[in-house]
Design a protein around this ligand. Structure first.
Ligand code: FES
Length: 160
């Protein structure tokens, strides 16, 4: 006499596995839906937000001569430029005309506002073209151990 397969046990095991899988799917779905809500309600602490301590924005090598890059300092855009005549400087990246974020124009060697073609001198922040009424405020900048640190703004920021 041959042994008969135990269909009852196999069916129960399969059913149990499917119930576990369904439960896991439901829990995973709710966790996936709740995670963004919890992330919105409890935003992560940002380091140095609102602090006056200088913020390290990169290594000196990250700012080659003839380039400029917008970085975030205390949640404000700051443009760090390196020119052959002025060295590494930092200015508010908020255009003094209507508040667009400026960027580096390497062809013209100027800081440029993309909105109305406002142009700024990358050594002084002075307006050299377009409608901006004031220069870009400079930021304190220090270089220590090959790293670039940006501190406080030296003038009134746009909208402040
Ligand atoms: S916002 Fe920069 S030129 Fe108008």
């Amino acid at each position: 006499m041959t042994a008969q397969p135990d269909f009852q046990t196999a069916s129960t095991t399969r059913r149990g596995f499917l119930q576990w899988l369904l439960g896991f799917s439901v829990v995973s779905t709710f966790a996936g839906m709740l995670a963004p809500v919890i992330g919105y309600l409890l935003p992560p602490q940002r380091q140095n937000l609102g602090s006056s301590d200088p913020i390290m924005v990169g290594a000196v090598a990250d700012f080659a001569v003839g380039t400029g890059k917008v970085v975030s300092v205390n949640d404000k855009p700051v443009i760090v430029v390196n020119t052959s005549t002025g060295g590494i400087k930092a200015f508010s990246a908020i255009c003094t005309h209507l508040g667009c974020v400026v960027n580096w124009n390497g062809k013209k060697n100027v800081i440029q506002s993309p909105c109305h073609d406002g142009l700024f001198n990358p050594v002084t922040g002075a307006v050299v073209g377009g409608p901006p009424p004031r220069p870009l405020p400079a930021y304190e900048l220090t270089i220590k151990d090959g790293k670039v640190y940006v501190g406080k703004p030296q003038g009134k920021l746009y909208g402040a």
